[in-house]
Design a protein around this ligand. Sequence first.
Ligand SMILES: [Zn+2]
Length: 556
Amino acid sequence: MSTVPLYTSRLWPPVRPRTGDASASTPDLLHTLGLIARTDATGVHTLLPLGLRVHDRLTAIARRAFEERGALTFAPPTLQSRTLWDQTGRWDRYRREGALLTATSSSGEEMCLAPTSEEIAAATVREHLRSHRDLPVRLSLSTRKFRDEISPRGGLMRGREFTMADAYTFDTGPDTMRDSIDFLNHACTAALTAMGLTGVFTAPADGGSISAGPSTEHLVLANSGQGTILACTHCGNRGDGAVLAAHPPPPDPEPVVNVIAFTLTLPDGTTRPATVAIRSDLHVNPRKVATATGAAHVDLIDPARLPEVLGKNAGTLTPWDADNATDVLALYDLSAADLELFAISDGNTGLRAGVRWSGTRGLPALHPSGVDLHQATERSGCGACRQGRYSALRAVEVAHVFELGTQYATSMNLHYRGHDGHPTTPWMACSGIGITRCLQTAAGLNRDQHGLRWAPGTGPADVHLVVLRADQPAMRDRGERLARDLTARHVSVLVDDRPQPAGDKLRYARLLGLPHALVLSPDHPDTETEVITRSTGRTTRTDLSHITDRNPFTHT
Ligand SMILES: [Zn+2]
């Protein structure tokens, strides 16, 4: 963190007498106060001098949280070669999903601007990893990343270029990987708390395609949040609907049971078809199917292939067809298994009503054993306490910790000599903290009716030095002297040296929201200053020697 004092008279953009509006949205306030600027590209922002200082402080906080716990920082490039991304197959997959920004060099080399760092981290470790004695390896990094977002929005919340502080760990097996996951979660919690993100909580999530297992999201509740989580009204159990234990909501008067077909890929690479009978108003969650069956991947069977695999067209399968099919694992969601009377497909395009599991209308009895396989919704009951229901809350995901397992290391041919002397694949895990997203989230969470309120150690500076009557040389000298004394003690200072009325300057100080404002006035003895604490609004008069001797402003 630079300790060169900032002067409002030299800031860009200039501070105007009526700069900023405390009632504006957080992205607009960051914009009008001159922390960030929009560019011609949607979802791509410039960090202006004040915003860059916040960004660098949050980055330093994340770096310190990881380094204090033993994960040193390295700096891989963001511009990466296609050959690296082909090793995990993610070049094609991310291109298909439209998530990868790519470029071709003048010599024809295909490159991408990386959205994430699994490949480069694994390649960096691969070069030097030899023996089990080298493990665990824990490394952190903080880089600009790029994602070809279809709908960038919300200022810094979901951009196409953003800063992510991530960490990657490499271990000898699943147990030691879980130690590393604890390490990653602790470091993320420490970093987010130090960033002033009060009320951060963790919740289980569906790690999506990046993850080998369930993941952990670090979230804060905020109406500006782009995501939704479910929370139990009774016990407080909360998280992503994909992984929360749930009881199905009450059925419609005439419920229909559908059968959905999947291919399970087991950890040994073999595949097996599976079906899930589920009420038609709910969705099967593949993560829950993976957990219930031990499958590494669960993929919907392409409807065009269904006749070949199950002898039926899509939409015409019944639970009895699934039960009769050989080599098919027939599963039943609780929503279907608990029904008394329901309708199923008639085998063509219509429905056959009045069906019971006990067997009616020519169907033999079937004895389904219900499993929780549906995506929890706002209407679902809580599966943890079995008493409450879920309600939806807006939240911001500020960090995420993933179990990566061996999938990246295997495909990238990363191994070490194990205890038995044989080549062994390390187990990986990772975490990511969205630094630019945290910047806007912290600003939004902590603001009040007067403007921003930065937590100690996170704002553009520690102290806002308001020099009244700065047109008088004697007052300017007093300001310069105090700024010098404070910076010598590693307190970062923003000096308001504009010849503006006191009211304007104090309003600007409240709006920008540095933790402390020091007011130098020609009406006070030149050994004294007024100290205004932004979080409480409290004003005290203090002797300058007290401030320069005790330095109450830095919390490092
Ligand atoms: Zn509950």
